[in-house]
Design a protein around this ligand. Structure first.
Ligand code: NCD
Length: 352
């Protein structure tokens, strides 16, 4: 693996190796204090973040490396109109690994085309968030022993919830997973994800009610309604507060069910759930730091490689208004095949 843009970039064997390293770090952190000594991580956050930004920074510090970057693009040359390409070319000259979060879908893929060092996608709009998935899989594996064979409920904003999309991508690499996709119709999973699940023969059902399926679940993964992604504020108003997990609802759940959440939580998990032993979301955030330590130990130590020159684009092929090709017009027009449908290789939207 050179970059981590989408969890699909990682084979099952690569994940197993990464998880093994992550588990070793959790059990023997002192053995890893120097694995990134002398390495520098660039942290480019064009969008708010607490956990992902801090956990990447602390991860790098705990393996002996150092960090620079911005958490607010207004404090960088982005505010002067610099292109993503120029920022990345320059930053990848200073750093050994680039961690980037951006509100546009496909932004990390775009960055990887111009970077001399590995790029890690720390969230690209409502599209993907693969390092959250490394936290999620580590949590499930450490606490349940295995991921295979589990019934997993994904609840909330499945349309814009990038953590859910990455988790589904990852779980295609495991056996006999059952998905209960719990969302209002307006916030159902995007079609490209549905096509992905069908193509990979994954078992899934889409429902609107949480209470009826809760007794069947091994993992309940709650998500926030992604307010900042809504074009129509009324759509947000209609859907906010739609799911709230309470202690009373948990009474019907299995005694060993895990309640997970990528955080931040708004109101979808009542505070009185925090003391239930099944609530593992704060542990999940800590596992995320260890998973990022394991990832950086690999990617921050790779040799610099000048990328192949790419075609200069003219007009965006993709019509998705949230796609990075809409704002960075020089990007090459890249197409990929998703289950026989021609899709934008940056944001996965079907091209018509
Ligand atoms: C998530 C994200 O940024 O997508 N947060 C995180 O990285 N832990 C979830 C969210 O913002 O709802």
């Amino acid at each position: 693996m050179r970059h981590l843009i989408d969890f699909g970039d990682l084979s099952r064997a690569e994940w197993d190796t990464l998880y093994q390293r992550c588990s070793d770090i959790i059990d023997h952190p002192a053995d890893f204090l120097d694995v990134c000594r002398g390495r520098v991580m660039a942290s480019l956050f064009y969008e708010p973040s607490t956990r992902t930004n801090f956990s990447f920074q602390t991860a790098m510090l705990r393996v002996g490396g150092t960090v620079f970057g911005f958490a607010d693009p207004r404090s960088s040359s982005v505010a002067k109109g610099e292109t993503l390409k120029d920022t990345i070319k320059m930053v990848s000259g200073y750093a050994d690994v680039v961690v980037m979060r951006n509100p546009m879908e496909g932004a990390a893929k775009a960055a990887s085309l111009y970077s001399d060092v590995p790029v890690i996608n720390a969230g690209d709009g409502g599209h993907m968030h693969p390092t959250q998935t490394t936290a999620d899989l580590t949590t499930i594996t450490r606490l349940r022993g295995t991921v295979d064979g589990l019934s997993i409920g994904l609840c909330g904003d499945l349309k814009y919830g990038r953590t859910v999309h990455s988790l589904i991508k990852a779980l295609a690499k495991f056996k006999d997973i059952k998905f209960f996709l719990i969302a209002p119709r307006e916030l159902a999973i995007p079609e490209y994800m549905r096509a992905f699940m069908r193509q990979n023969g994954m078992w899934f059902t889409e429902v609107t009610g949480l209470e009826s399926v809760i007794p069947q679940l091994d993992v309940l993964y709650m998500t926030r309604i992604q307010r900042e992604r809504f074009v129509d504020p009324l759509e947000y108003e209609r859907n906010k507060g739609i799911y709230v997990l309470t202690r009373r609802k948990l009474e019907r759940a299995r005694k060993d069910m895990l309640v997970m959440h990528p955080l931040p939580r708004v109101d979808e998990i009542a505070i009185d759930v925090d003391d239930d032993p099944r609530a593992v979301y704060f542990e999940q955030a800590r596992y995320g730091m260890y998973a990022r330590m394991a990832l950086l130990a690999d990617l921050a130590n790779q040799p610099r490689l000048r990328p192949e020159p790419v075609e200069i684009g003219k007009e965006p092929l993709c019509r998705n208004p949230r796609c990075i090709t809409q704002s960075e017009h020089y990007l090459p027009p890249l197409v990929k095949d998703n289950s026989g449908v021609a899709c934008c290789a940056y944001c996965d939207s079907a091209l018509d």
